[in-house]
Each structure stands twice: as C-alpha cells, then as structure tokens.
Design a protein around this ligand. Structure first.
Ligand code: ADP
Ligand code: ZN
Length: 610
C-alpha cells in the first residue's frame, strides 16, 4: 500500500485516497475479486489503474463504450502510463502492434469491448500474455432489466473459469440491490469483496421549478449561473432540441443539437466539440449521455419532466464528475405532467408493466412537488437514509411556502364534475376565471354555478393548482390522449363536504428565478471558493493556455489538467516545481510536460500585477 500511495501522489498528483479506494486497491493487489458501486465522479478508475501499475502484467479493461476509449487512453498517456486500446477504429497494423506490445509486457492497461475479448483469438492471446487483472466497467450492463443491457456481458463469467488466478473487479455507478445481485450471479462474483458507496452527489445542487415559459427560465438560469460554462440541456423531442439549440445560438451561446435523427457525422462532430472545446452547451434528447466522461459539465438542465427518478438521477449525474459545484436544474409545466401520464397510459405495454410505469411517474411527480429536501427524497428512493436535510437543494435553501388550497381544489373539482369530466385543464380554467369564450357559451357553461368563481387566481396560478392536484392524485387524465381530466377516488371526499373535513396544502407558485441562488453562492459558481477578480483573470489565462495545449495534441482540455487544478494554481500561484507538485492533480509526468508553461503563465500574471 505504500507503493499505491506513492503512485497516487507521484503519478496522479493526489494526496489521499477517497471512499473505499484504498481497500479496493489492496484487495486487488492481493488477488481478490471486487465489486464496487460508486457514484459517478467517485473515482472508480483509480481503483484498477493503480493495481494495474503494481501487479505484474497488463490490466484488461472491458468497457462497452468504444467511442470513449481514445480519450481514456489519452488521459492515461498524459500521466505517463502505458495504456492502449483494441477496437475496430484501429488499422490492422496498429492492432498488431498493440498485440505485440501486450506480449512484450509493454502495456499496463489495455481497453477493449466485451465482444472483442470474447473472441477465441483474443482469449488465446491473453493466455499467452501476463494479465494483472480484469476490470469490468459499467458492470450493470449484465442486467437484462436495465437500460444498458449487453448480452456479451453475461458471457464474461467465463473469465472466472478460464483465468482463475487473475483477479476481477466489476464497477458500476448505477445499480440497485436487484442489479447488484444480478452482477454477482452473472459474473460469478460470489467470492468478491463488495464495496458500496453512498450514491449521494453532494456537489450537485438540485432545483426544480414550475414555469410557464421554460425557455426564458432557462436563459435566466444560464445568465445568472453559467454564463460561460459547459452543460447539457435535455429536451423531449428532436424538434425542440433543434429549436432550443438555434435559440441559444442566437442568444450568443455555443449550443449544439444532438439527437438520434441527426446525420451520424454531425452528431459525432457535435459530441466531439462538446468534449474538446470549452463552454459548449449540448442540447439533446436522452439519446445523449451514456458514457459521457466529460468531468467539467457544470450544469444539466431539463426542459421537461424526465420519465422517472432513475432517468432523472442518471441524467443529472452527468454534471460535476470532477466534484466541483454543479447544478441540476429542471423546469416543467402542467403540460408535462399530463403528457407524461398519457405517454405511459397509451403505451403498448402490458397492464402490469404500465402499472409499474405509472408508479414511477407518480414518484417523479412527487419529487417535483415536494416541499422538503430533494436529496433526502432522491436517496430514499434508492434505499439510502440521509439523516439531515442537505442544505444544497432549492427546498433546503429557499423553503417553499405552502397554502391552504382546499377551497380552490373544491372549486376545480366541482367544475370538472359539472362539466361531466369531458374537458382538459385549459377549458376548465377558462370557466373558473369567467373567460368570455365562444365554446363556453355554445356549451352553456357560462350558466354553471362554477363559472367565474375562481377569479382570485390567475390562469397561471390555476395551472399550478391543476398540476399539483394531478401530482397529488386528486385528478387523473383520460386514456384516450386528449388530456381530459377525470376525478379520482381521492377527489370524492373533498367534493362531498359533509364527510370528515379535508385540507389540501399546495406549494405556492414561485418564479423560477427566485428558486435559483445568486451567482456568488457556492453551488452556482464553478469554483470551490470564489476567486478574487485578479485570480479569476489568471484562471481564464490558464484555461486559455490549457486549450492551446490540448488543441495542439488533439486531446480534450481536461486531460491536460482538470478545472480544480487550474483553480488551485490561480489561487496558490506556484513559483517553483516543488510548489507545482503540491497542487492537486499535478504529478511528475505532467510537471515535466506542462510545468514550465504554466509556471511562466503564473509568473507573467504576477509581473503584470506589480
Ligand atoms: P468515475 O469513473 O467514478 O466517474 P473517475 O475515475 O473519472 O470517476 O474520477 C473522477 C475524478 O476524480 C477524476 O478527475 C479523478 O482523477 C479524480 N480522483 C479520483 N480519485 C481521487 C483522489 N483520491 N483524490 C482526488 N481526486 C481523485
Ligand atoms: Zn436539501
């Protein structure tokens, strides 16, 4: 372990292990199998990278994400580690070269996809080579029930029989108890040591707000919190992806669309620009994201409700892998709530499946309408108990006010009843607010006792009330797809006032701008401690230098140095190699490659300030 700690410092530039890294590394070095669940950004890679350097032979890293292998290998090469990959993007001669290097013991880490590993020729090659360990990344891909199922993953259990003396580590960031058991079963990891970390992502600030105009709300959120940061904006449809990207472009941001309908080359190029350039916003459908390894995604914005909490957590989890403060922001409206339920109800799935889906939909809505800590609720959903409210979500920082909406709810429900449960929210609201409307007159609904009894609330407020009544289960939408509102069992006691008195507490409508904190607040700035203006300027200079160096080598900027390292440099202003080595993320290889350039930039800025 002495050696492991030394490598952590000299190669990676970090002072101490975090989570269970030390125990995992020790187990692997000792030849034990390991299963580890760590949240995104928790530092999974080091768990097998350091044993790969300590154990004899090459570590074989199995990953389904061919597109990422180049970047992963680039990042390791930057650290001075001998890493390579084998996949179909290589020419046959290049592949041969890698295979020779493997046999010659000149590679410490070799990445490949499971389908390649499972070929007989590859297995034979590996039997001739020295293998330090097998790392099975994204291990939840063995699960038939998950989104990312890969059937090749299930065949990986043969590693156990064919290489009984080589330790294996399975890693994942997304696994509930059932998936965990499946991984153990499918990969024959019954003997493995299991390390499970909290799924909490403390650096992510969660905010969810209702809005009549998501786009304007998004723009406010971006200008206040992320004027030049990289981030992801998720939209529901391809059309809205295109429109939102164009709109952000017009506003002066570099915003690129990404969805399954785009030309494959354009899609690849947009993804590449997101990874390689600074401050790019990718506007995407959920098709974007699996395996996006970019550590400095500062925000994930949802323009609609995700379909369930699992998706929400996975998508927001793409923010802040580097551990720096990041925002998960969502804006949604009444339409979303109705659409989401319709989508589920109208799907072709079996009734049992639909029921399960609807439960998930309800849990998602519940999270949105929650008035207590969002993180506590999120973690509870995944079976984790968090004792105290987190202090880093919108509800903790700015507790929502609630109001007694019993009367409003009664008016709404009664209006639906009197119009025989045949209309959608917009029409009902028009009646409640006494709108002069041709259709209402034609239906004689201006004669109803509920006509114009809701003037104390604006239409926008009524939409909020209806949305919450649906979320709280007083109202359901029809199954025909028109958004017609129906009363539920839960609605009746409220309508018949004679029964035990009921109260309905709803949250007050709040403008999204208020839900967000000012830029100086911890979560909204990309920097751990607010930099002084002079340090901020130096940070920008260092960032520009990093960009230039990255471009010259055609690698993503963060493989040169992560933001955290640049922030420390801007604050500590090192003047010597040894001071440089004290900075987190600066190891010996990077010092020899980039130390001079960054020392010079820091020095030049100091001269200018004197
Ligand atoms: P994961 O694969 O779990 O999402 P990574 O392995 O990419 O996470 O690590 C996330 C970031 O944290 C990387 O920038 C990595 O270098 C950094 N990191 C990992 N371990 C440590 C540590 N012990 N101290 C400081 N930074 C670390
Ligand atoms: Zn909270």
């Amino acid at each position: 372990m002495q050696r492991a700690l030394h490598i952590l410092k000299s190669t990676f530039g970090y002072d101490s292990f975090r989570h269970h890294q030390a125990e995992i590394i020790e187990a692997l070095i000792n030849g034990q199998d390991v299963l580890t669940l760590m949240p995104t950004g928790g530092g999974k890679s080091i768990c097998f990278q350091i044993p790969a350097l300590i154990r004899h032979g090459a570590a074989i890293v199995i990953s389904p994400l061919i597109a990422l292998m180049q970047d992963q290998v680039d990042a390791l090469n930057q650290l001075g580690i001998r890493a390579a990959f084998l996949n179909s993007t290589l020419h046959p001669e290049e592949q041969q070269l890698v295979e020779q290097e493997l046999l010659a013991g000149a590679i410490d880490l070799l990445y490949m996809a499971p389908e390649r590993l499972l070929t007989e020729s590859m297995l034979r090659l590996l039997e001739q080579a020295d293998i330090a360990l097998f790392a099975i990344d994204e291990a939840h891909c063995v699960s038939q029930w998950g989104h990312d199922f890969r059937k090749e993953y299930q065949q990986l259990s043969m590693l156990h029989t064919r290489f009984p003396n080589v330790p294996r580590i399975a890693l994942t960031a997304t696994a509930d108890a059932r998936t965990r058991d499946e991984i153990i079963e499918q990969l024959s990891l019954q003997q493995a040591r299991v390390f499970i970390n909290s799924f909490d992502r403390p650096n992510i600030h969660y905010a969810i707000a209702e809005s009549g105009n998501s786009r304007e709300a998004l723009w406010r959120f971006l200008t206040e919190n992320h004027p030049d940061d990289a981030g992801i904006v998720y939209c529901l449809s391809r059309k809205s992806v295109e429109a939102t990207a164009a709109w952000l472009q017009k506003k002066g941001r570099t915003a690129l669309p990404y969805h399954a309908g785009l030309d494959q080359h354009l899609r690849a190029r947009n993804q590449q620009r997101f990874l390689r350039e600074e401050g790019v916003i990718i506007v995407a459908t959920i098709a974007f994201g699996m395996g996006i390894d970019k550590p400095d995604v500062r925000f994930v914005a949802h323009m609609n409700l995700p379909k369930n909490i699992e998706s929400y957590y996975q998508e927001t989890g793409r923010a802040g892998r580097d551990g720096l403060p990041s925002n998960a922001w969502m804006s949604y409206g009444l339409k979303d709530v109705i659409n989401l339920r319709l989508f589920t109800e109208n799907s072709d799935a079996s009734d049992e499946f639909k029921r399960a889906m609807l439960q998930k939909t309800d849990a998602m809505l519940g999270l949105c309408e929650l008035t207590s800590c969002r993180r506590q609720a999120l973690l509870a959903y995944f079976g984790e108990v968090m004792e105290q409210p987190c202090g880093n979500c919108d509800n903790c920082l700015n507790p929502p006010e609630t109001w007694d909406a019993t009367i409003a709810a009664q008016k709404a429900l009664s209006c639906i009843y009197r119009t025989r449960e045949r209309f959608g929210a917009q029409y009902i609201i028009a009646i409640l607010t006494g709108k002069d409307d041709e259709r209402i007159r034609r239906n004689h609904h201006d004669q109803l006792s509920t006509f114009n009894i809701g003037g104390e609330h604006s239409s926008a407020e009524w939409r909020g009330i209806f949305r919450q009544l649906i979320a709280h289960g007083y109202l359901a939408t029809d199954t025909e797809g028109y958004g017609v509102l129906k009363l539920t069992q839960k609605a009746w006691p409220l309508l018949k006032r004679s029964e035990t008195p009921q109260t309905v507490m709803l949250r007050k409508l709040r403008r999204p701008a208020k839900a967000q904190k000012k830029r100086s607040a911890a979560a909204s700035s990309a920097l751990p401690e607010a930099l002084s203006p002079a340090d901020q300027a130096l940070f920008e200079t260092l960032r520009a230098l990093r960009s230039k160096l990255a471009k010259a080598q055609n690698v993503p900027p963060y493989v040169i140095f992560p933001d955290k390292t640049l922030t420390e440099m801007a604050m500590l202003k090192p003047t010597s190699n040894s001071q440089m080595l004290d900075i987190s993320g600066v190891g010996e290889t990077k010092l020899s490659r980039y130390g001079d350039a960054f020392l010079e930039a820091v020095g030049a800025a100091a001269d200018k300030n004197h």
